[in-house]
Design a protein around this ligand. Structure first.
Ligand code: ADP
Ligand code: MG
Length: 697
């Protein structure tokens, strides 16, 4: 049989999701060009989209046998015949259609407001089911009709059953959408191929796919709906996990036991001016054992801002270097990479380790030289930004990849770096505590290290909010701190996406503050400065020669000056929570009382909520938890680029128990089927293109 799109569908052949997606919705009856566009707006382009367009919610519109015991205002559905119908003009712009309906349930008045055209279809004697709010009054029962269906109700769509309610736009009515999905389910659900392995279906006693797709839209009862959802959740997770485990396998394969030949890592610890915290010791032990074992390290290190992750990472890097390998540290911003570079160079220069820096803004010659040294092995430790990911960057013998502040990178970028060597060990650092369900989905079976204590003597940063109009008060407070010999950051608002405007705003604020504090040294730092210039400013600030530093958010991560006691953040509504928490982490690094003042004029509820959270909570764990609620997991982890955002049915928070079970199943399935069949892989690729992008099997 040929259909309108020219695709050949054989009657008996079952279709995979990918094949369904090749059938445009315009092949369906009732969908012309104009209506098709309305569907596209909802993200529904093809039959796959339509069948997997999961209802937002359901309404129980099953027919009641009696109206006894109903409450006023309750939503009820009754079935009967129209025994009388009349139109009443209530006011000039308000007409009422009132029908008397009688059935087994008894008798009631049905009311339609302002739909005079219904007169033509609703005639005396017609069987009808109505659903609406019931009211009992002097005249008996009255129902204001929300939806109705005429006919004998053998195959009800809108009323007389549990009814799906879909997300839709004003132009495309719920009734039309529901009707079209109904027809599609009737015609196509039975043609969908089951992608789950038969033994999985059997073992978990799952509904067949055709039934699940029918029941998810038009459930016969709540129990079948639950089974249908379960079945679809398993399907999605199975495909996702199978894809993920392929990637994992790829990443994890061929670990190398790297054993240090010198005492370099311990010499480094001996140089530190402070003893490690217990938590740092613990994580160092974990990392050491990973790197020296033949199992490949694939570890996430979590710990709040300022807990000392860098020291641990550096230890790991030196451990790999001592074993005769190169290490690389990738940071999310240039400033942070530079900061790491300077700090690390200072620490290890006396140990004879060759450290280098690679960022996007380096000159051509400098860059070529860096690349050459990296390739020949002259460089031991490379530090950089995502400039490291470019194809021409190649290592002589890369043994360890450390990625800082993971949430700023797309997962794809991370994986790219891993391809620069046969099987480097991997350590990811993040200040964002990631819920277990998320790590399991995003990273598979990544090992987890947690630094759960701050170095001794750190104090909570007292956090306040002031509206923009009260800047005078802030300046008076800043003066007090400056006069006490402390240092102050003023962070200028982020302006849209434009660096250029950010700089302008910072320059203006800088001039203003120079006038306000003529008796102190005020300086300016922003992203557009040359690295030497930034370096000079930061060094002077570190030495205390600069008292007040005006900055764009370039100081967000990593900068470390213990004498700074106040950070003023302007335009607070423009920053995300994680960012604000990072910024706040710039102070409270010494032993004195420290403050964070948030200034702004938040207009949205969400912006106000963010401020409240920061004022109330001080540890990153709480802040991130709240952030997760406010923004959802996608943005938190840069998961927009990751396959997780392609889930249609699964909710990774709620469906954690399914996830764990699927993981187990996929593991077993994998052992038995080392080669995935092409159909399955195609389907994985089709459903989760971002997950498996670029991976060859
Ligand atoms: P983060 O975890 O945010 O990356 P850093 O590694 O930048 O934290 O450390 C923050 C500051 O704490 C740095 O100045 C670092 O030298 C210092 N630090 C790290 N570990 C300790 C420790 N055990 N005792 C005291 N200070 C420490
Ligand atoms: Mg850090």
């Amino acid at each position: 049989m040929w259909n309108r799109s020219g695709c050949n569908i054989r009657k008996d052949k079952l279709l995979t999701g990918k094949q369904l997606a090749e059938l445009n919705i315009s092949i369906l009856p009732r969908i012309g060009e104009k209506r098709a566009k309305l569907f596209y707006k909802l993200g529904i382009n093809n039959l796959f989209d339509l069948l997997y367009y999961i209802p937002r919610r359901y309404e129980d519109r099953r027919v009641r046998v009696t109206l006894d015991h109903v409450q006023n205002g309750e939503l009820v559905t009754v079935f009967g015949r129209i025994v009388n119908i009349e139109e009443v003009k209530l006011r000039r712009n308000l007409t009422l259609l009132r029908a008397v309906i009688s059935g087994n349930f008894g008798i009631c008045n049905a009311l339609w407001f302002n739909q005079p055209f219904l007169k033509r279809t609703l005639r005396k004697g017609l069987p009808i089911a109505i659903t609406g709010k019931v009211e009992r009054n002097l005249y008996g029962y009255e129902i204001s009709v929300l939806d109705y269906e005429t006919g004998d109700l053998k195959k009800p769509v809108h009323v007389g059953r549990i009814v799906p309610v879909y997300g839709t736009t004003e132009e495309l009515s719920q009734r039309m959408l529901r009707r079209i999905i109904y027809q599609t389910v009737v015609n196509y659900a039975g043609k969908v191929k089951d992608v789950l392995p038969p033994d999985m279906i059997k073992k978990l006693n799952l509904m067949p796919i055709s039934q699940a797709l029918t029941q998810i839209h038009f459930p016969s009862d709540m129990k079948s709906l639950a089974s249908a959802r379960e079945r679809l959740v398993y399907e999605e997770l199975f495909l996702f996990e199978t894809g993920l485990s392929r990637i994992q396998q790829h990443i994890r394969k061929d670990g190398v036991a790297r054993l240090p030949k010198t005492s370099l890592p311990d010499d480094f610890l001996a140089l530190l001016p402070f003893p490690l915290t217990e938590a740092q010791h613990q994580v160092i032990a974990e990392v050491k054992s990973d790197i020296s074992s033949s199992k490949r390290m694939y570890r996430l290190m979590q710990g709040d801002v300022g807990c000392g992750k860098t020291v641990v990472a550096l230890y790991a890097l030196l451990y790999a270097v001592a074993a005769g390998y190169q290490g690389v540290l990738m940071a999310p911003t240039e400033v942070l990479a530079e900061q790491h570079f300077l700090g690390i160079s200072r620490l290890v220069s006396q140990l004879g380790v060759k450290v280098d820096l690679l960022t996007g803004s380096m000159g051509k010659k400098e860059r070529e030289q860096s690349l050459e040294m990296l390739k020949t092995g002259a460089t031991d430790l490379m530090i950089g930004t995502h400039a490291l990911l470019e194809e021409e960057v190649s290592f002589w013998n890369l043994g360890l990849v450390v990625i800082d502040e993971q949430h700023r990178f797309g997962v794809k970028q991370r994986d790219l770096l891993l391809l620069k060597a046969a099987a480097p060990d991997v350590l990811i650092m993040t200040a964002t505590p990631i819920p277990r369900s998320l790590t399991l989905t995003v990273y598979g079976d990544l090992d987890l290290s947690i630094i759960n204590e701050l170095p001794p003597g750190r104090k909570k940063v007292k956090t306040y909010y002031l509206p923009s109009t009260e800047k005078g008060r802030v300046y008076r407070f800043a003066r007090k701190e400056l006069e006490a010999g402390r240092q102050v950051y003023v962070v200028c608002p982020l302006i849209e996406e434009s660096d250029h405007l950010d700089v302008e705003a910072a320059v203006a604020r800088y001039h203003e503050l120079c006038q306000e504090f003529p008796d102190f040294q005020v300086a300016l730092i922003h992203g557009k400065l040359k690295i030497e210039e930034k370096d000079r400013v930061m060094d002077a600030f570190r030495r205390g020669e600069i008292n007040l530093l005006v900055a764009t958010s370039v100081i967000e991560v990593g900068i470390d000056v213990p004498n700074a006691s106040l950070i003023v953040i302007e335009g607070v509504e423009r920053f995300g929570l994680a960012q604000l928490h990072q910024l706040r982490g710039r102070v409270g690094r010494g032993t004195q009382e420290s403050y964070c003042v948030l200034i702004g004029s938040p207009r949205t509820e969400e912006a106000r909520e963010r401020i409240k959270i920061l004022v109330k909570y001080h540890d990153g764990f709480h802040v991130a938890e709240k952030d997760l609620v406010l923004r959802g997991p996608g943005e938190l982890l840069g998961m927009k680029q990751h396959g997780c955002s392609d889930f249609r049915i699964v909710n990774i928070f709620k469906d954690i128990q399914y996830l764990l079970k699927t993981k187990q199943i996929v593991k077993n399935y994998y052992n038995q089927n080392q080669d995935l069949n092409q159909d399955l892989w195609d389907e994985i690729y089709f459903r989760f293109p971002k997950l498996v992008l670029g991976l060859k099997i």
